[in-house]
Design a protein around this ligand. Structure first.
Ligand code: SAH
Length: 350
């Protein structure tokens, strides 16, 4: 006799979707056996689509200045202790230069919502990277902007945009963000990005405060509907200078479980094993890849600024050089039978 967790898992493996109520139940009644079965199926699917190649994205953290006040985030504007920096366009170009030499063919520019990065400035950076490295993809992760701004950045050559939806439950969203931010605007941004023609990434933190099986079920149903090209999920990790300082971190176990579920719901999705996952467990990223993830995002930021881009406590890779980060991940991926592809790493049809 199969238990309920196994029955739901077999249905998900066969059908690639469940009702929202069943997603919630699967999470609530999950067992180590069901997790192992889902991971096995997710891994087989990942290998069928992507083989043993793990895609890399060179992450350039371009600014720790932010006008937003997200309750979970270490660089929120009301954190007086956060050290602020911003890279110049020249700095960003030299990070990309170094990254290209190391084999990166996608650059992710991520930062706080820094008013310095107007459309004119950011478009200049994007077009300079695209002109210098025409075989590379440029991904932006710069938060909420107007449709016109997203359009201008796309016209300048940006290929992809990462904007985690954070939670698909509007009430939960309101408990993670200040009143001036809204779930509706987040969704508007994701729709605009998709309409304009970006490859779009959404995602959420696992174990964020007030998250429940019901809110996670909404996240999964949203992913099923929206079919993002990328989906970033990693554990919530508390930051000591935020209102959530005393909240527990998300767990390795639930994060791995959800990585497998997301691979099964949307097989071709580009799914990173995140730095936050590597932060809560020494083998977190390897385990993420073995649960169905297929992307890693080593840090390409200048070493001098890395400790200042502290979204959460104990973030890893803040002392290493870019080459060391790539080398370290290369060794880690080889140890689990994978390799880092020198490739733009676009989504593949399934
Ligand atoms: N400002 C941009 C990008 C930077 S934040 C934006 O809003 O998209 C990138 C992601 O880091 C966020 O979407 C959030 O999900 C994650 N993050 C922020 N604080 C975190 C924390 N304390 N623990 C884990 N992840 C966090």
């Amino acid at each position: 006799m199969m238990d309920r967790a196994m029955t739901l898992s077999e249905t998900l493996i066969r059908e690639h979707w469940l009702s929202e109520a069943d997603y919630a139940e699967l999470i609530a009644c999950r067992t180590p056996e069901a997790a192992a079965r889902l991971a096995e199926a997710a891994l087989a699917l990942r290998r069928a689509i992507y083989g043993d190649a793990v895609f890399t994205r060179g992450l350039i953290e371009i600014s720790s200045v932010c006008k937003n006040d997200c309750l979970y985030c270490g660089i929120r504007r009301s954190n007086r202790h956060a050290e602020r920096y911003r890279l110049t366009p020249e700095d960003i170009l030299s990070c990309a230069e170094e990254g290209y030499g190391l084999g990166f063919r996608t650059f992710v520019l991520q930062g706080g919502e820094d008013p310095f990065f107007t459309d004119a400035v950011l478009c200049g950076v994007v077009s300079a990277i695209k002109a210098r490295f025409p075989d590379c993809a440029v991904t932006l992760s710069m938060g909420e902007r107007s449709r016109e701004s997203y359009q201008a950045l796309h016209d300048a050559g940006a290929d992809r945009y990462l904007l985690r939806h954070e939670t698909a439950d509007p009430d939960h969203y309101a408990r993670l963000h200040p009143a001036e931010m809204s779930f509706e605007n987040r969704m508007r941004c994701l729709r605009d990005l998709r309409d304009i023609g970006y490859q779009v990434g959404c995602g959420f933190m696992v174990g964020s405060p007030f998250q429940t099986e019901a809110t996670l079920a909404k996240d999964l149903a949203f992913i099923e509907r929206f079919k993002p090209d990328m989906c970033g999920i990693g554990p919530f990790v508390p930051h000591h200078d935020t209102p959530f300082r005393d909240e527990p971190a998300g767990t390795l176990e639930l994060t791995l479980f959800l990585l497998s579920v997301i691979r099964l719901i949307h097989p071709p999705v580009l799914l990173p094993a995140t730095t936050a996952l590597g932060t809560i467990h020494p083998q977190g990223r390897e385990l993420g890849i073995q649960a169905g993830a297929n992307v890693v995002m080593p840090n390409l930021s200048p070493v001098e600024v890395r400790k200042k881009y502290m979204l959460y406590d104990n973030k890893i890779c803040t002392g290493e050089e870019s080459a060391q980060c790539r080398g370290c991940l290369e060794v880690r991926m080889r140890a689990i039978g994978c390799y880092l592809a020198v490739d733009r790493g676009d989504i593949r049809p399934y």
